[in-house]
Write a protein that binds this ligand. Sequence first.
Ligand code: ZN
Length: 487
Amino acid sequence: MSFEEVVRLAQQRGFFFKSAESYPNAPAGFLDYGPLGVALRGRLVELWRRSVVKRDGMIEIDGSQILPKAVFEASGHLAGFTDPFVRCAKCGSVFRPDKLVEEKTGKPVPEKLEDADYDRLMEKSGVKCLKCGSKLAGTSRFNMMFRVGIGPAMEEAYLRPETCQSIFVDFPLLFKTQRVKLPIGIAQVGRSFRNEIAPRQGLIRLRELNQAEVEVFFNPSKLDAPRFGWSKKSVLSFRLADGAESKLSVADGVANGVIPNFLVGHYLALIAKFYEEAGIQPDRLRFRVLSDEDKAFYSRAAFDLEVKLSIGWLELVACNYRGDYDLGRHAKVSGTDFTVDDGGEKVLPHVFELSMGVDRSVYAVMESSMTGEGDRRAMALKAYLAPIQSCVFPLVNKDGLQEVATSIFNELRERLDVFYDESGSIGRRYARADEAGVPFCATVDYDTLKDRTVTLRNRDTRQQERVPISDLSEKLLALTRYPTIST
Ligand SMILES: [Zn+2]
């Protein structure tokens, strides 16, 4: 199914849609989640919490979205969180020069070019203003942080462009109060804000986005831990910096240098396992190894976890070995001591980061789950991710079937997310449920009145079985349970 079809379905069924939809000139890059989207995103985040945070013994925080200027001086965002842009001298339209050149030539433009290089590239490839056709030149820089003012004095502050800065800033306090030991992951789910210059693919490049980030703090001289045991045999797919594709176990990847150490390998395996549990086929996932030109200057090794979709390979998680850059910078600018004790040794921990885009991941899970064609299509979400776990239908709206179905619905909804539907033919109701990703449908028919059983239909197999009403709630709870977090 194409990107456009999935986005259309998402809007029709109430997963997500453009923000301020009623206003034709509402800015791009903002998204509203509808009822099914709120539930799907919530369940996906809960799966991440189980598969990543709890499985690895991490701790979780929820930091504030507005942070003082000093934090972003230290992090480097104030100076460096910029994108190139060019303004048409004739009509005033604003574009990303790198994107225009990429679209014109079909070839990727390297990151980290000088402004003059973009002007040369636009000249060479004959890029013109998309609106009025004029020649474009004069690339400059735009800082993508949203600036806000605190109090009547409007003290300079910013909406966070990523969730992780509060994890770094809070690290000394958390390490002390939570009585944790290195290596320790600190996780956070929340909103981030990026004033993108020209976001076009709505859901893929948002100005207000949801992130789920993990920062793993570790002693750089201790790169293995007993809990990393299971991940060494995990087999991961890589796209190497020279373009070659390779499947390697973590142990082999460390041995031949694709993965810098077991700690990094462990966390790559952990995040890949989460996406498999979210229903994405392992052969549609790969780690793109970033070349030195594409890495941030402080990064010692970087991988983008990508998923193969109808629009090509899409980055879902930036996996980045950041060294001691973050803690070192915050220590310097704040004057606070960020070193900790690790078994008698005083260390400034290194950081490995897993920075996941939640909105993209919701989209990826939806598109990867779509099966069938035309009016027979279904969203085969894992049952534990389904926003609605079961529908309850009366076969027909007479002879007391509605009353029985309503009482079953009222009982189930105390423990499950269920939906009651009595409108349209039973076939139409199944079709609607399939498209909304509902894994089970319980139908009350004339046999129910005789033997107190219902038909339980499985979305994926289309098989139906008779289940006693008295067992229905327990059975559905068992069928929609999250996977166990054992490794
Ligand atoms: Zn123009």
